[in-house]
Each structure stands twice: as C-alpha cells, then as structure tokens.
Design a protein around this ligand. Structure first.
Ligand SMILES: Nc1nc2c(c(=O)[nH]1)N[C@H]1C(S)=C(S)[C@@H](COP(=O)(O)O)O[C@H]1N2
Ligand SMILES: [Mo]
Length: 214
C-alpha cells in the first residue's frame, strides 16, 4: 500500500526512528571483535551442524558444498552493544531456515549455539535463529565478506545486538536447553534485543533472560 511505502521511506529518512535506544549512528562500518582475525584455509574448513539433530548424526559441508543451497538478500542495521549502530548493510547468504530444513533438529531442541573460530560462541533461542532475517552471510554489499568482517561465513541475526552475529562461523549446535555463549557468560544479556536495550545480564528477568509477563 502507498501509505506503508511512505512510512517505510520516512523511517529510512529519519535515522532517529531506526536507531535503538542508547545507540549512536556511525558512518561506515567499524570492525569490532575479540581476538585475532583467523585465516581461511579452504582445505581444512567446514561448517558443521551437530548436537541434538533429529537423526542423531552430525552433518558438515565444505565451503564449495554450500553454494547450491538457497540464498537470500537481507538489508539490515548492525547494533553493537557497546553503542555504535552502522546502517544499511546488504547481506547475502543462506537463510538459517534452509540449514534447519537440511538438518532437522530433534523435537526437544529449544536453542542453538553458533560457534566461530577460536571458540567464540553465541547462544540463540530457536525462534531467533529461525527468524526471517537470520542468515549465514557470505557477501556484503555485493562483495565477499572481508577477513575482518567474517570471511568466509558469518551468522547475521539482525534483530539482536551484534554479539549474537558470530563472524568466522564454523558450527551450529542444536541444544535441548539453553547454555550461555562467549559474551553471555561475560556479563552480556542472554537475549540481546536492542529495542528493549537488553545489554547486560543484570537486566535479565525470568529463566532465560526473557521478560516475564507483568
Ligand atoms: N567470531 C567473532 N564474531 C563476532 C565477535 C567476536 O568477537 N568474534 N564480536 C561480535 C560483536 S560484539 C559485534 S558488534 C559484531 C561486529 O561486527 P563487525 O565487525 O562486522 O562490525 O561482530 C560480532 N561477531
Ligand atoms: Mo559488539
């Protein structure tokens, strides 16, 4: 509808309407991560899905084997929990739902752990992983990811703070109960919704950090 389009255009024109509370808009695309940038070794690289899979088996793909999977484009902003929000990232890659179709989780699966090189990890509720914007990105603004932004593959969960989007993704573990990832164990919020400003673990309410009904 025309009015919807106009709303969208206005939102895009007014950064204040799309910058979550407590965040500041930054131009360009800062690099932010803990530790060194890993080197991609195609002969040793694979992406694994393990944990509570429906068939009980672990599945893995080489980088080339990912090419025939479905791909999508997602345009989204990136909100680092330390404050900066960079906008208008055009991601291209494999929707997380395609991975779940290929390797169905056991019925008891409630969360996933996304694992990156050097043991970086981020836990996600299954619903955040299956959200329509979540993808395993290979490209950004039409170019392969650069090394410092996660080449060859990074998870992007656009509706959560950046620490839930591991660069240099290597595995997805299906979990039957929640377990905290790297930053979640170090004082950051288990859920990480930037629109609710869920930055720190001391803000958590309820068992998994989700807000309880009043
Ligand atoms: N492997 C890995 N991925 C990571 C991080 C990290 O330390 N290691 N930092 C996260 C954080 S806190 C943010 S804000 C984003 C930043 O992504 P960018 O450097 O592409 O802007 O990467 C996330 N992914
Ligand atoms: Mo961040």
């Amino acid at each position: 509808m025309a009015s919807d389009r106009q709303d969208t255009a206005e939102a895009a024109a007014d950064p204040a309407r799309r910058i979550p509370p407590g965040q500041r808009h930054v131009h360009g695309w800062p690099v932010s991560h803990y530790g060194p940038v890993p080197r991609f070794r195609p002969d040793r690289w694979n992406l694994r899905v393990h944990g509570a899979t429906a068939d009980g088996a672990e599945h893995s793909w080489t980088f080339d084997e990912l090419a025939p999977l479905p791909h999508v484009t997602v345009v989204a902003d990136l909100h680092c929990a330390s404050g900066p929000t960079s906008t208008d990232h055009e991601w291209y890659g494999i929707p997380a739902t395609a991975l779940l179709d290929l390797v169905p989780p056991a019925p008891e699966v409630t969360h996933v752990m996304a694992w990156a090189e050097y043991g970086y990890s981020a836990n996600l509720r299954l619903a955040d992983f299956t959200a329509s914007g979540t993808l395993l990105a290979t490209h950004h603004n039409g170019e392969p990811l650069t090394a410092e932004h996660g080449f060859p593959l990074r998870l992007v969960v656009p509706h959560l703070y950046g620490y839930k989007s591991p660069k240099w993704l290597r595995a997805v573990e299906y979990l039957t109960e929640d377990r905290r990832g790297f930053w979640e164990e170090r004082g950051y919020h288990n859920i990480a919704d930037p629109w609710k400003e869920q930055r720190y673990s001391y803000q958590e309410q309820g068992e998994d950090g989700a807000e309880r009904d009043a």
